[in-house]
Ligand binder design. Structure first.
Ligand SMILES: *Cc1c(COP(=O)(O)O)cnc(C)c1O
Length: 408
């Protein structure tokens, strides 16, 4: 049947059809979710993966409660940051030995930016500028500013799309968010990385909104350093440990600004002098946060056998379909999408601008559709392909239209 003769399919019917043919649909069972709520805030806090509660009970009750100190070796606690880092590497395109899990994203931004500036200045002391994307998540900007001040650099804010053109002979490092947390815009990682390299500088990518949402290709694209959190699309839980990627060939030159005893070559020698470990261990600082690391470890089990290409395809289909439903249900001009229509420029969220957005989101949440509000006028809807259904997207758009009808 050609499109011209096809009877018009309602959004609800289309949602049902897309859910039926969705090859990832069965993964929803691996999460603790209920049908009362449409959860579209996985870009802020991913849902609880089934199995985490039991794992935590075992870690607390047996590994800590019974084995106590023995668990540092017998339960693999000491090496958990590298082991879990490698699992994150499998999801971000990094070969083993380059990612270490631990600390917050904020702390890892600090390690990465200072470490990267030191490498750049080692090669060329005249490099005295740090580029940061102008609409960065605030913590990255605050920390980059401090890191720049500590390393004798000036900071320059540039639109992420213009970083490639802005990098020059004075640039030491560019810090870029892979996806803009507010608009959901996906930035050009391969192109920007290549351009920053051509200028002789290093690039640090923040993957908070892309790890677990789309293939990143850290090794493939020659990224220098990267950081990210694990409580968004990786579902590691509130305050779950973040991670640091340092490309293998840069590791010997990585001079951490936080050289804690866990990154020492022989930590239990308790030497007065610092000697850095080789490899990703060099990115560690202090004693790892075992309870949250092991919750994350189990949360990552949901990815076993999941193709990131399938995740990306579903993410784009979900956000396309949500925008289609919004267009069908919400009168023209009431909301405006600030998320790019181009697939190549879209992450896994849709951001809609509307008046009184804070109150609108409050009402949406009261009616069981959970997204979030970002200043000044943005409604954010995150689509986690592992557990979001097309029917959820349809319901969210339908309830949004009802709420907007009521507030106009
Ligand atoms: C979520 C997010 C953070 C969070 O940093 P924390 O240190 O975990 O609070 C940082 N940067 C970006 C780009 C984010 O999206």
């Amino acid at each position: 049947m050609s499109d011209a003769t096809k009877p018009t399919e309602s959004p609800a019917a289309k949602a049902a059809r897309l859910d039926t043919t969705d090859e990832l649909a069965k993964l929803r069972d691996r999460f603790v979710l209920d049908d009362a709520t449409v959860y579209l805030d996985g870009n802020s806090l991913g849902a609880l993966p089934a199995g985490v509660q039991d794992r935590i009970a075992d870690v607390v009750g047996r590994e800590w409660g019974q084995l106590r100190i023995r668990s540092w070796t017998e339960s693999g606690w000491w090496t958990a940051p590298e082991r879990i880092g490698d699992r994150i590497g499998a999801l971000t395109g990094a070969a083993p030995g380059q990612i270490v899990a631990g600390d917050s994203t904020s702390v890892n931004v600090f390690k990465a930016v200072v470490g990267a500036v030191r490498m750049a200045q080692q090669a060329d002391p005249a490099r005295d500028e740090v580029l940061v994307d102008a609409t960065t998540f605030p913590t990255d900007g605050y920390i980059a500013e401090s890191a720049a001040r500590m390393t004798g650099c000036a900071i320059r804010a540039v639109d992420a799309a213009d970083i490639a053109a802005a990098a020059g002979p004075r640039t030491a490092v560019a810090l870029v968010n892979h996806v803009d947390y507010r608009t959901g815009r996906l930035h050009d990682l391969p192109g920007t990385t290549a351009a920053v390299h051509a200028a002789g500088a290093l690039v640090v990518w923040d993957l908070c909104h892309t790890a677990g949402a789309l293939p990143v290709g850290l090794d493939e694209h020659g990224v220098d350093l990267a950081v990210g959190c694990t409580y968004k699309y990786l579902n590691g839980g509130p305050g779950a440990p973040a991670y640091l990627y340092v490309r293998r060939d840069l590791q010997p030159r990585f001079d951490s600004p936080l050289p804690g005893w866990n990154s020492h070559r022989d930590p239990f020698a308790m030497e007065a002098a610092y000697r850095p470990a080789d490899g990703s261990v060099r990115g560690r600082v202090g004693t790892p946060e075992i309870l949250s690391l092991l919750a994350l470890d189990t949360a990552l089990d949901v990815w076993d056998g999941v193709s990131l290409d399938a995740v990306r395809a579903k993410s784009l289909a979900l956000t396309d379909f949500f925008l289609e439903c919004v267009a069908a249900y919400v009168p023209d001009g009431v909301v405006r999408s600030v998320t790019p229509a181009e697939h190549a420029e879209r992450g896994s969220q849709v951001a809609l601008r509307c008046s009184d957005a804070g109150a609108v989101m409050g009402e949406l949440i009261a009616r069981g559709v959970v997204g979030d509000f970002r200043e000044p006028d943005i409604l954010r809807f995150g689509f986690t392909p592992l557990y979001t259904r097309f029917a959820d997207a349809e319901r969210a758009a339908r309830v949004l239209a009802q709420v907007l009808e009521g507030t106009r």
